[in-house]
Design a protein around this ligand. Structure first.
Ligand code: CA
Length: 238
């Protein structure tokens, strides 16, 4: 379940270069070389993000954007020429979330993609905060906002990106997720994560929480695991 990006660019070299960089970042990539193909692909696939060049053969990028319509749910970042101020304005008016001027530094493009994906995700969460599924959504599958833990696959992802956890970190996260909104004491967590016969300090629980936060909360700028002073830890559905 990786993040899927459509790159719409008729300059072959630039399209290929962008594709390689995105693949390197772990994104899944499709390419379209003209406006009609782009429109077709965008309509029939559920992309997470679209990079859309404005100057395209056939339909130009702005026209593609207009035809996708105001309710098209996928964030679009426009690729524009340096001096095309009107294109930028028209593009943002037509629903693009951002634009980047060519030639661009790949680091800047990647940063803008990350921001657009993050904002989109936040928006989706707040749009549906009433009925969003949290906690156990199926046997052995737990969800908290963008985070998903699949017990059988031993897999944790955030917005589709895999997070590598040790066995004990995984167990700790699973225990907190399956007890969502319940504050768990260090003793309870210790027992779940290290077993009944563990002999040692309960502050190993704090250590694992710190590891989890450094791998998830800090990376994705979220507050998932909350400390309840003098009691323990909890993940709240809010
Ligand atoms: Ca072009």
């Amino acid at each position: 379940m990786s993040t899927h990006i459509l790159v719409v660019e008729d300059e072959e070299k630039l399209a290929r270069f962008t594709e390689l960089e995105l693949l390197h970042e772990g994104y899944e990539v499709d390419k379209a070389m003209d406006g009609r193909t782009a429109l077709e692909m965008a309509t029939h696939n559920n992309y997470d993000l679209i990079l859309l060049d404005i100057m395209l053969p056939g339909l130009n990028g702005l026209e593609v954007l207009r035809r996708l319509g105001p309710d098209f749910g996928t964030p679009v970042i426009l690729l524009t020429a340096r001096d095309a101020v009107m294109d930028k304005v028209a593009g943002l008016d037509a629903g693009a979330v951002d634009y980047i001027t060519k030639p661009f530094a790949i680091e800047e493009l990647l940063a803008r993609i990350r921001v657009a994906l993050k904002q989109h995700n936040k928006m989706q969460n707040s749009d549906s905060s009433g009925d969003v599924s949290m906690g156990r959504i199926a046997d052995g599958i737990y969800v908290w906002k963008g985070l998903k833990l699949e017990e059988k696959k031993h897999l944790v992802t955030y917005n589709g990106q895999e997070i590598t956890l040790t066995n004990r970190e995984f167990l700790m996260l699973k225990t907190l997720l399956e007890n969502m909104d319940i504050v768990l004491s260090r003793d309870t967590l210790l027992e779940k994560v290290c077993g009944y016969d563990y002999v040692g300090e309960t502050n190993v629980v704090d250590v694992y929480v710190r590891f989890l936060r450094s791998k998830i909360d800090d990376i994705y700028d979220i507050k998932m695991i909350q400390t309840v002073r003098g009691v323990g830890y909890v993940i709240k559905s809010e």
